[in-house]
Design a protein around this ligand. Sequence first.
Ligand code: 6PG
Length: 237
Amino acid sequence: MDEIEWWEFDTPAEMAEQAAGDIGFVIESAIAAHGGARIALPGGSTPKPIFKALLKSKTIAWPKVTIVPTDDRLVPLADPLSNYRMLEATFRPVGADVISLVDEAALRDSAEAGRLADARLALLQWPLDLVCLGMGADGHTASIFPGPDLDKALSGPRERRAVGVRPDPLPPEAPVERVTLTAAAIISARAIMIAISGPEKRRVLEQAIQEGPLSKAPIGRLIGEIETAIDILWSAQ
Ligand code: 6PG
């Protein structure tokens, strides 16, 4: 594990400004370095002000940006639960290319959905320039959840970039099967950022970091494998 740097903010708005600045810097550096930026962004509520702040940028060449969800729910792409739908509606209007992890031909078979997502991701250039992660209060990140598929997502074949998972228990806010970037895909990124809010999530994340690879929290096991620096942005509210 390389270094972890915490960045603390009093409000989500302050965290959003800083996160948007950091993400914008990674995007513009990637475009300058290799002609395009490939980033993974999370679903959930925490990132929404970050995306809003990011869209205020006057200098990002969005048509050169490819966005992948860090994970998605196994639902039709027009379903309100779809992270692809949210990211597409947010970033397609400015010209970014948003890739879906979910192929609607495999909505009833998470393993097949994972295989199809992995094939789609193989068409991108790797590694990603940035993976931005959220975290649930149970210590999941992306859709790396406790359950029968946890080890497949955390320590499957290194070449797998996406897998289908059946969280157990199903998360109440979106009680459906998932497709997620694997730990290997996340760890390979050139930059990794985690954005969380509130004292409870801070406690969960600090404990998970301390426990490392033996943590019961998926994010602890993930962070225990990461070699590059991690920026953790935390808003007190
Ligand atoms: C998703 C996300 C998930 C999210 C956490 C935190 O599909 O919901 O990718 O990993 O980041 O559940 O969500 P909140 O930011 O809404 O607390």
